[in-house]
Design a protein around this ligand. Structure first.
Ligand SMILES: [Zn+2]
Length: 178
């Protein structure tokens, strides 16, 4: 098994048991540099409504802008973007920190949404669908998730995914969702 294969987890996540939180999705060696992908899960999959798509889009812009301007963290950030299932976001950072180590960063990112007066980059020049934004709903989801994080700071369930065997498709491929 190659070094890279060893880093990619062979488990997948049991979505029926997920609670919102901050989870390590995978750790990769990219040309000798370790990078970690986190799932920042904002809603509980298939149990509560997924995030409104326009609010999701606004949270993508606002929090990406926050993270990439954060003096302490901006050089660590590789990627921030929405999950296709609209239940959360992917965050890719340099290094291999435990989810607990990025708790305060994400809490401050979601808290900061309430101070946004506009959605950055919501113009035809800067966005592929600039009319599809909802700042009010973005603030609602962000405030709710920030409160949830604060209420669960000491709860290990918000940092550790329930694991299951990885799905193999009918034609024998291992299933991935990102
Ligand atoms: Zn956009």
């Amino acid at each position: 098994m190659s070094e890279k294969q060893k880093l990619i987890p062979s488990f997948s996540v049991d979505h029926t048991l997920i609670v919102p939180g901050i989870f390590t999705s995978r750790v990769d060696d990219v040309g000798g540099n370790i990078v970690t992908t986190y799932d920042v899960r904002v809603t509980r999959p298939n149990v509560e409504p997924a995030i409104d798509v326009a609010a999701m889009h606004s949270l993508e812009h606002i929090i990406a802008t926050f993270l990439r301007n954060n003096a302490e963290w901006k050089d660590e950030v590789i990627y921030w973007g929405p999950m296709g299932c609209l239940t959360g976001f992917y965050l890719i950072l340099k290094g291999s920190r435990a989810p607990e180590e990025i708790f305060d960063l994400l809490l401050s990112a979601f808290r900061a949404v309430k101070d946004s007066e506009t959605v950055p980059g919501a113009t035809a020049e800067n966005c592929g669908n600039y009319l599809m934004h909802n700042l009010g709903m973005a603030k609602w989801y962000a405030a709710r998730f920030a409160q949830y994080l604060e209420d669960n700071r000491g709860n290990s369930a918000i940092f550790e995914y329930p694991k299951t065997e990885r799905l193999v498709t009918d034609d024998g491929q291992q299933f991935y969702d990102s």
